[in-house]
Design a binder for this molecule. Structure first.
Ligand code: DAH
Length: 332
């Protein structure tokens, strides 16, 4: 057990490609080449200026709990699903939703996939963060690769479920107030996860809206039962999506921007103090181009505003400026 803990502490999952020799492809492999080529192993959480890494670091510092950042993203089906009591028929196992490396291994769909090993390797509390993968369309709020941070704590003997629940809620309320401000309104709701019981969700009031920020609960008795050293004790766990959080904290409207290599993205975050309130300013995804358009009109009634309006009607804000360069009147 000790050996495993040491190896996950060292280096960051340094692979930039899936080791297909260790995990040979088979008939269920459905990892697209583009995922491996462009997103796998980008290690955005290890770029200290990156908004996702900022959100992570603020949480880790506030909680003061060791964060495992090097856990390998290819995990067994057992760790990703079975060990968390996710039923064999659960939709999340479908190859339409999950990337199968092969019959026995998937790209983790959540950082909870490491919970079993972390429980076994013995820290009393832990954080685990990393990239997670779900087959999804790509638009302003969906991307097939995103990031999570999971946390867990196991109590000593004699701690009751009620005490563990209070500790969980107190810890997460403190964390949210640290991130969103001391007077932030919070709301607890009952939820369901197969691996926690009871399960809760925490909502944060932000700009007049309730945002679902995290899921959590007391670690299911059957999971605790599975590990001899912690049998019969209480423990809690939570999971937070980092994109969601960073989008709110830094006013980022499009999830795709986290993958940007554009200087106009990076320069807004680079070198700023960790707690600095940063309001991200969007920039055009397209390179700047100019077009000259010439046309004839025989109407004296034509006014350039008619043309300007038509351009705006069709192109919206994509067009930076429409300018009349000159007018030519044919002598005949
Ligand atoms: N793994 C869950 C998800 O991806 C989030 C989560 C919920 C993690 C509850 C936990 C937990 O550790 O206790 O949606």
């Amino acid at each position: 057990m000790r050996r495993w803990t040491q190896c996950v502490r060292r280096g960051f999952h340094s692979a930039t490609a899936i080791d297909w020799r260790a995990f040979p492809r088979d008939e269920v492999t459905n990892v697209p080449a583009r995922l491996e080529r462009e997103w796998f192993g980008r290690r955005l959480l290890q770029e200290p200026d990156h908004p996702l890494a900022r959100a992570k670091t603020r949480m880790v510092r506030h909680l003061g709990i060791e964060c495992f950042e090097a856990l390998p993203p290819v995990v067994s089906l057992y760790d990703n699903f079975d060990s968390l009591l996710i039923p064999a028929t659960h939709v999340s196992r479908s190859p339409n939703d999950t990337y199968y490396v092969n019959r026995r291994h998937v790209l983790r769909t959540h950082t909870s996939a490491h919970q079993r090993q972390l429980l076994r390797s013995g820290p009393a509390s832990w954080l685990a963060c990393g990239d997670v993968f779900r087959r999804d369309e790509i638009d302003a709020s969906h991307f097939p690769v995103f990031h999570q941070i999971d946390g867990g704590r196991v109590f000593g003997e004699g701690v009751t479920a009620r005490e563990a629940e209070e500790d969980l809620k107190g810890t997460l309320e403190g964390l949210m107030r640290k991130l969103f401000g001391a007077s932030t309104q919070l709301r607890w709701r009952d939820d369901f996860f197969p691996f926690t019981s009871p399960s809760f969700e925490l909502d944060v009031m932000f700009n007049g809206e309730w945002l679902e920020i995290l899921g959590c609960g007391l670690i299911h008795e059957d999971i605790m039962q599975d590990t001899p050293s912690i049998r019969g004790r209480q423990g809690w766990a939570f999971g937070i999506g980092l994109e969601r959080l960073a989008m709110v904290l830094y006013q980022i409207k499009d999830i795709r921007v986290f993958w940007s290599r554009d200087e106009r993205f990076w320069k807004q975050f680079r070198g700023r103090p960790l707690e600095a309130p940063i309001a991200f300013e969007e920039f055009s995804k397209f390179p700047k181009t100019s077009r000259d358009v010439s046309f004839w009109t025989n109407s004296e009634a034509f006014h350039e505003n008619q043309f300007f309006e038509m351009v705006r009607e069709v192109c919206g804000d994509l067009v930076e400026a429409v300018v009349r360069l000159d007018t030519f009147r044919h002598p005949k």
